[in-house]
Design a protein around this ligand. Structure first.
Ligand code: G1P
Length: 292
């Protein structure tokens, strides 16, 4: 069965970015002139996803507004003859059909995904976390859907991280099964450096079979007292099998301040309208900071 739906958890508080995220959802922080979440939805749509299911909490409705049709803005652009911008606005609400479900309590990522159970139904689906911006030729989630279609097993997107960073991630260990592909035999959510079975970290991309919902329902609170998707997947790995795929592309953790600044630099340097001015301004800035 084809993967047509994506769950996009967006209920988190964004404490790492306070005070910027006091009144604005972290998912709407801009990378150049687009909110982070738009890159994520665009990745999903480019991968063939037609329905985006946002898991939100109170105070997050601005995310849904962003993908909605806003008559006033579009009418004003039309009257002013701003055709390019108008087309960009229209593309935005034509991207995918948007559905939202509510996570009423912050009980963890596994719980957030479970909230979308009825809307997903009995079919495989993708999960994309808004904190992870992945820059790649073939959309990361498309690479992973291809793996799902070949193996039929749940797929987690992974990359190597420096050993000191393993306590920030779900970590997997497995047996090599093909190029960039491992059959997972251990998964631990945010282990200490000493406990970590490897330095292969799960980034925010998953392709999951509907049987994950049953596994989440059976999962007890884990790290931080939350229902962790990593623990539900560890169960699935024992029962049905899970594979880890080392995707091709560069990942920016935009929930981290340095990652956010880097993503802005990379995408800014690529923007045809900005790159020349931005490059010379950056060069001058670096020279000046070296002098000082
Ligand atoms: C979540 C997952 C973790 C994963 C990470 C990727 O953690 O629980 O397994 O490695 O996303 O970004 P969070 O960063 O939401 O705490």
């Amino acid at each position: 069965m084809q993967v047509k739906k994506a769950v996009i958890p967006a209920a988190g508080l964004g404490t790492r970015f306070l005070p910027a995220t006091k009144a604005i959802p972290k998912e709407l922080l801009p990378v150049v002139n687009k909110p982070v979440i738009q890159y994520v939805v665009e990745e999903a749509v480019a991968a063939g996803i037609v329905e985006a299911i946002f898991v939100v909490s109170s105070g997050k409705s601005a995310i849904l507004d962003h993908f909605d049709y806003l008559f006033e803005i579009e009418e004003t652009l039309r009257q002013r003859g701003k055709k390019d911008l108008l087309r960009e606005m229209e593309t935005l609400h034509e991207l995918a059909s948007i559905i939202s479900v509510r996570q009423k309590k912050p009980l963890g990522l596994g719980h957030a995904i479970l909230t979308a159970k009825d809307v997903v139904g009995d079919q495989p689906f993708a999960v994309l976390l808004g904190d992870d911006l992945i820059d790649s030729k073939v959309p990361c989630i498309r690479q992973m859907i291809d793996v799902y279609e070949k193996t039929g097993a749940a797929v987690v997107g992974v990359m190597e991280v420096p050993p000191s960073d393993v306590p920030l991630y779900g970590i997997v260990k497995g047996v090599q099964e093909g190029p960039r592909l491992l059959r997972v035999d251990a998964m631990v959510e945010k282990p200490s450096v000493a406990e970590a079975p490897s330095n292969l970290a799960i980034v925010g991309r998953y392709v999951l079979p509907p049987s994950i919902f049953e596994a989440i329902e059976k999962t007890k609170p884990g790290k931080g007292g939350e229902i962790q998707i990593t623990d539900a997947l560890a169960q699935l790995a024992r029962d049905k099998g899970v594979v880890a795929y080392q995707f091709e592309g560069d990942r920016y953790d935009v929930g981290d301040r340095v990652g956010f600044l880097l993503a802005n630099a990379v995408f800014g340097l690529r923007d045809p309208q900005l790159r020349d001015r931005f490059r010379s301004a950056l060069k001058a800035l670096l020279e000046k900071s070296q002098e000082g």
